[in-house]
Design a protein around this ligand. Structure first.
Ligand SMILES: [Zn+2]
Length: 326
């Protein structure tokens, strides 16, 4: 895990945690709340290191404590995650018995519960009892991407720490550093602000086919040499097999369409498909801004209706007719 990135990804959270440690105002329970990919778990590990590190600058990330926490082998740091989508009572009981063992080292103890919204009622009752009798030096870090599903009793006993969305630049850099080319990094960082979700998209086996299709299609709109509908019907089997792929396809189509609008309005710097500037400027010269916006709205509308009962083929045909109209 890249801990050096936590300070740049979540500066406010890190500052809040640093301050509470410095001023000796630590809570017994923290609820880390924010969408997927905002590095809540990584930050929880980082915070545990801050609490247990004995160096002057905490966390040093190098001492024996910091290293064992990173590797998940420190007896004072206990991690619970859902098993088959549930956190059960025995997991809370295991935590309590683990923390009463003699193998525990002096100093703070930290337990981290990921996806706390997945806790079942019995487990929640045990946990609440544990939270209600705050033992000195035991800290809970609970994480969730879905604060609305957290029991009010858990919320009221925790200090809620909000994680903000990771900025697009950071996601783009992370995809690039994972070995993808600049164009892929740019496109995908526009689709999600979760680095882990971004990497999932990049490794989708159909991703490159979809990109290829989109480039071909806009090129046909520009050159008008081939029928868009015939081309699409010939290549669309990957899209119709799965609504998720269809949705990804439309999302990228929408990025390209926005690129053309950005080009027309002089925001060339915002163009994502930078390698396609020739085609983009060609289309921009042939269509009005209002028409491009109408087309964009049709794309957005189709994407929003995708998961309802629509005739997907007919809907795509209508969209393509609109894009191809002379
Ligand atoms: Zn350390």
């Amino acid at each position: 895990m890249a801990f050096d990135k936590i300070k740049t990804s979540q500066p406010k959270v890190v500052q809040l945690l640093e301050n509470s440690l410095k001023k000796d105002r630590l809570s017994h329970a923290y609820l880390f709340e924010g969408e997927e990919g905002t590095k809540k778990f990584e930050t929880a590990i980082y915070f545990a290191q801050m609490l247990l590190c004995k160096s002057d600058v905490k966390p040093c990330l190098e001492c024996n404590d910091c290293r064992r926490i990173k590797h998940g082998t420190h007896p004072n740091v206990y991690i619970i995650q859902p098993v088959k989508n549930l956190i059960k009572k025995h997991q809370i009981a295991d935590l309590q018995s683990e923390f009463s063992k003699t193998s525990i080292e002096p100093g703070p103890k930290v337990y981290i519960i990921r996806n706390i919204e997945k806790i079942n009622v019995n487990a929640a009752n045990s946990l609440l009892k544990f939270l209600e009798e705050p033992f000195p030096n035991i800290h809970a870090i609970l994480t969730t991407s879905n604060i609305n599903r957290i029991l009010p009793t858990i919320k009221s006993r925790s200090q809620i720490v909000q994680f903000s969305s990771i900025s697009r630049d950071i996601v783009e850099r992370e995809i690039f550093e994972a070995g993808y080319d600049p164009e892929t990094s740019r496109i995908i960082s526009n689709l999600t602000n979760s680095a882990s979700h971004a990497l999932e998209i990049a490794s989708n086996e159909y991703y490159l086919d979809l990109i290829e299709m989109i480039k071909d299609m806009f090129n046909m709109i520009y050159t008008k040499e081939d029928s868009l509908i015939i081309y699409f019907n010939h290549n669309s089997s990957i899209i119709y097999q799965d609504k998720e792929i269809s949705s990804l396809f439309l999302s990228m189509l929408i990025i390209y369409q926005k690129d053309i609008i950005n080009y027309i309005t002089g925001n060339t710097g915002n163009v994502v498909f930078k390698d396609e500037l020739g085609t983009i400027s060609g289309i921009a010269n042939h269509k009005t801004k209002n028409r491009l916006i109408d087309e964009l709205e049709s794309m957005l509308s189709l994407k929003s209706r995708l998961h309802s009962y629509i005739n997907e083929r007919l809907a795509y045909d209508n969209l393509l007719l609109e894009l191809e109209r002379r």
